[in-house]
Ligand binder design. Structure first.
Ligand SMILES: [Zn+2]
Length: 65
């Protein structure tokens, strides 16, 4: 995962709030969108909802709940 892109801005999202309450949708400097975990700051593909959900449940559970 490329993590050397800079966040240009945090976008509003109407995506699944059960997942996205734990992530920021970030517009990156090369104009693609990434999901940033609010718990650990890790960037992940914004399109991969199942990956984001798994991350929250398996990796950041104790931070966020
Ligand atoms: Zn996390």
């Amino acid at each position: 995962m490329a993590c050397n892109d800079e966040v240009v801005m945090v976008l509003e999202t109407k995506r699944n709030p059960a997942i996205w309450k734990n992530f920021d949708l970030c517009l990156m400097s090369d104009s693609h969108e990434m999901a940033r975990c609010k718990g650990c700051g890790k960037f992940m593909k914004a399109s991969a909802n199942s990956t984001l959900k798994k991350h929250t449940e398996k990796h950041c559970f104790s931070i966020l709940w």
